[in-house]
Design a binder for this molecule. Structure first.
Ligand code: SAH
Ligand code: SF4
Length: 404
């Protein structure tokens, strides 16, 4: 099913999209695919079959960048064989200061570089690159929310769809590059989000995941300051929609009131992705997260009190500058107390132009690696036990299709 494929033209030029990074980037790729299909391009499964290869990059950690550069390097041979192939690189990695210029200088086989704020201009830029021009399009400022409204999307087939509710982020977590490459928070208007979700339901989607870097701050920048609870309450009334999810919650802005509101909304899934990042108050302060471990644990306790069956997942980082063994023990302790259903665990990666990259006490790689393994060794049995506790219980499921 290609519910949102627009202007499919089997004879048209072909595109192949390669995406790195988070759900927001995955959805940006769907939008870029939708715009290409509206131009008459059709999707193909391999770069070899394509007239245009577009790589949508991530730079949240050094490893994501290395993978993207590796992929760009691999495509050099193909470009030499087929000089007519257009190779485009988009997304967060090229939005970093000076990165686009450096990429074009070092990789002569790249034809088009497109920053995060230039996504709505993709059709014009691709047309120029296809006509033989080398194009660098990286605007410094944020794109207005309006410029992104109504763009087509070639969504992944199935019953679940991603829907942006905010772009950018106003927080300044000291390790994080996201605000630098995605700009300040801009919320979409509540009515526009409802309209998109209604359209998705008409096209057969059953579940939406609302996306934002800090969904708990949704609406702060809008007239009348609607909040996430207002949005969820309104979406809960959309006929035919079965499930609503949202991510990512920020512990500083997450209010106990939201838990009560969600408990009364039957379509909103009982799942909270609430990144803790660390369990040491000293490290949390250095990270500029705006909460301490006590506040974090009180939120988890509140969720479990109001919704005993709710799933709670998290992101955790090891090896932040200055993290000593005692701080790391605090993270392990938080993990044991919070009893997460699952945790995404990361090794701290210094990112250019972030305050944490300049801090003293950078932790050696072997120590980070060893802490990551110890952290996973504590979390895995907890995940297993929480899953095992569900054995024999009756739960509501959403059938996505036959299993492969
Ligand atoms: N907005 C979300 C997170 C977006 S980035 C939030 O605040 O929770 C996703 C995850 O990547 C983060 O939660 C963090 O755990 C991790 N991350 C971000 N920057 C990182 C860095 N420099 N090194 C390692 N992990 C990082
Ligand atoms: Fe990065 Fe913090 Fe914003 Fe998340 S809330 S995107 S970690 S700055």
């Amino acid at each position: 099913m290609h519910a949102e494929r627009v202007g499919e033209a089997p004879q048209g030029p072909a595109y192949h999209l390669i995406t790195f990074g988070c759900q927001m980037n995955q959805h940006d790729s769907e939008v870029m695919g939708g715009m290409l299909e509206a131009m008459g391009y059709r999707p193909v499964d391999t770069p070899e079959q394509a007239d245009l290869v577009l790589i949508n990059t991530c730079c949240v950690r050094g490893s994501a960048e290395e993978r993207a550069y590796g992929r760009i390097g691999q495509l050099k041979a193909l470009k030499e064989k087929r000089p007519g192939l257009v190779l485009a690189v988009a997304g967060c990695m090229v939005q970093q200061d000076g990165a686009a210029r450096a990429l074009l200088d070092r990789h002569p086989h790249v034809d088009l570089v497109l920053g995060t704020f230039d996504l709505p201009r993709l059709p014009e830029l691709v047309a120029r690159a296809a006509a033989g021009e080398r194009v660098e399009a990286v605007s410094p400022g944020p794109v207005s929310v309006e410029a992104r409204e109504g763009l087509p999307a070639a969504r992944a087939p199935g019953v679940r769809a991603w829907v942006n509710i905010t772009y950018g982020c106003d927080n300044l977590c000291s390790y994080c590059v996201v605000p630098l490459v995605r700009g300040p928070q801009r919320s979409r208007r509540l009515g526009d989000i409802v309209c998109e979700v209604e359209g998705l339901v008409e096209r057969g989607f059953k579940e939406v995941t609302l996306l934002g870097q800090n969904v708990n701050a949704y609406g702060r920048d809008l007239p009348g300051s609607p909040g996430l609870a207002d949005l969820l309450t309104r979406l809960n009334r959309v006929p035919g929609l079965l499930r609503i999810r949202f991510t990512t919650s920020h512990p500083r802005d997450f209010t106990p009131k939201l838990v009560e509101a969600i408990a009364g909304l039957d379509k909103v899934c009982e799942h909270f992705h609430l990144p803790a990042q660390a369990g040491s108050n000293r490290v949390l302060a250095l990270m500029n997260r705006g909460y301490d471990r006590e506040h974090y644990l009180s939120l988890v306790a509140h969720i479990r009190r109001v919704m005993p069956l709710a799933g709670v997942t998290t992101d955790l980082m090891v090896g932040f500058p200055g993290e000593g063994e005692e701080d790391f023990q605090d993270t392990l302790d938080l993990v044991r107390r919070a009893e997460f259903d699952a945790a995404f665990t990361f090794i701290y990666s210094p990112r250019p132009r972030t305050p944490a990259a300049g801090l003293e006490g950078q932790v050696p790689h072997e120590v980070k690696q060893e802490r990551l393994e110890r952290l996973m060794a504590v979390q895995y049995p907890i995940s297993l036990a929480r899953n095992q506790a569900l054995v024999g219980s009756e739960v509501e499921v959403l059938v996505e299709g036959p299993s492969a």
